[in-house]
Design a protein around this ligand. Structure first.
Ligand SMILES: [Zn+2]
Length: 342
């Protein structure tokens, strides 16, 4: 099969379009003919190499996969050949306490397609049957691939971890990112007031079209000062963080007393400082979040099928142009998801 493979870590130029052996499904696996695979910042981290993490090489990236079932193992009971599917991106052991409690993203063996195992930037991918979900009706493969990782992560952050409630104010950073565009919609669906940030007026206009109530251009305006002004100096109930080092200080300065900061990433750097006195005296909660459960993904997919959440696809590249798609994602000019068509 054709696949995008890298043999060494580095920039987009390490990605090669080449021929590799087709994976063979085990008894409880399916083989999926990939039709679309969305990119995430995780792809860039893994391609560059992560300190202390051994990525098996050669490696195939790609966490967000939509396609058709091509083969099924002899113990597969639900998935059928030809079925249009989207894959849950998280892989877990299915037998530990958290897995049995339905909290698969707390499994100690949890990983993601394209991270420690081969992903979907290829014509075929092997997946456990438990990861196979029906493609939401009315969606193209490209749209379906744009859903799982970002909507699941944003849902787990806002709904499960931060417990966002109707009427609360939430600051959503980098609204032009895939996760930001998902978070705006999830926050509005829960009746919250959304303050969104982006680096260009064009992106802010699109954030407004997705439902953002107030907008901050973080290149021209100071995020914390604007938040103070927009909230009568009170601050927001929830900060939706995924930017990291570049915004951390402003994110904390934007929090109301009793506020919650929830974070799933640090695309600009991992170092952060906190004044412990402010943490306790203002009674803040700092919440880490990583992916979400399969059950949460099923909820998200239902809402997508009902049109209450919609994937935002910025641009589609053919698989052979994966390196260009990576370079484009790294420029941060997109609004929403960058997707590879396979
Ligand atoms: Zn487990």
């Amino acid at each position: 099969m054709k696949a995008i493979v890298f043999n060494q870590h580095g920039g987009p130029e390490v990605l090669r379009h080449t021929e590799v052996a087709e994976p063979s499904p085990g008894p409880t696996d399916v083989l999926v003919r990939v039709r679309a695979c969305a990119l995430n910042h995780l792809d860039i981290w893994v391609r560059n190499g992560l300190p202390g993490v051994q990525i098996p090489l050669p490696h195939i990236l790609g966490s967000d996969i939509a396609g058709e079932v091509a083969k099924v193992g002899n113990q597969v009971s639900r998935a059928t050949v030809g079925q249009k599917v989207v894959l849950a991106p998280g892989l877990s052991c299915n037998v530990c306490d958290p897995c049995l409690a339905g909290l698969d993203n707390l499994c100690r063996r949890y990983t993601i397609f394209g991270y420690l195992v081969d992903g979907g930037c290829a014509e075929y991918v092997r997946a456990p049957e438990v990861n196979v979900l029906p493609l939401p009706g009315g969606l193209s493969f490209e749209e379906a691939a744009a859903v799982p990782l970002v909507f699941l992560t944003a849902w787990h952050m806002l709904v499960t971890r931060a417990q966002l409630k109707a009427g609360e104010k939430v600051l959503i950073l980098a609204a032009g990112s895939g996760i930001g565009s998902a978070a705006i919609q999830i926050a509005k669906l829960h009746g919250a007031q959304v303050i969104a940030t982006a680096g260009t007026d064009k992106k802010l206009q699109k954030a407004k079209e997705l439902g953002a109530d107030e907008l901050i251009n973080h290149r021209k305006q100071d995020i914390a000062a604007e938040v103070k002004q927009l909230t009568g100096r009170r601050g927001v109930d929830v900060v939706f963080e995924h930017v990291g080092q570049a915004t951390w200080e402003k994110s904390l300065a934007s929090l109301a007393t009793g506020g919650r900061l929830v974070t799933c990433g640090a695309t600009t750097g991992l170092e952060a400082k906190i004044d412990i006195r402010r943490l306790f005296s203002r009674q803040w909660s700092l919440l880490g979040s990583y992916m979400g459960t399969r059950s949460e993904l099923q909820t998200v997919l239902k809402l997508v099928e009902q049109g209450k959440l919609r994937p935002v696809v910025d641009r589609v590249f053919p698989l052979v142009e994966a390196a260009s798609a990576h370079a484009y994602l790294e420029q941060r000019e997109q609004f929403g998801k960058v997707v590879l068509k396979v």
